[in-house]
Ligand binder design. Structure first.
Ligand code: FES
Length: 81
């Protein structure tokens, strides 16, 4: 299914870009902008952003790595290390 009609980006391309980004850097924070850059494209109208975000959120590789969660709490001594 095409997610971004301006740049002709499919759901599958987004998922493969996330997989590539995660394999290249396991600690990366996945954002739509990074996915566009990974695909060598740039958003135009932005009308696809809600569907783009839904596609990202449905991919298990998009989540924030556990070791990067609650950094503020850990810095304040509230979290576990
Ligand atoms: S539909 Fe994606 S930028 Fe326009």
């Amino acid at each position: 299914m095409i997610v971004c009609h301006c740049m002709n980006i499919s759901e599958d391309e987004i998922r493969r870009a996330v997989d590539w980004m995660r394999a290249s850097d396991p600690d990366t924070i996945v954002t739509p902008g990074k996915v566009y850059r990974a695909l060598g494209k740039k958003a135009d109208c932005g009308g696809c952003l809600p569907l783009f975000m839904n596609t990202l959120e449905s991919h298990p590789g998009t989540g924030v790595p556990a070791e990067l969660c609650d950094l503020q709490g850990r810095r304040a001594g509230r979290g576990s290390e």
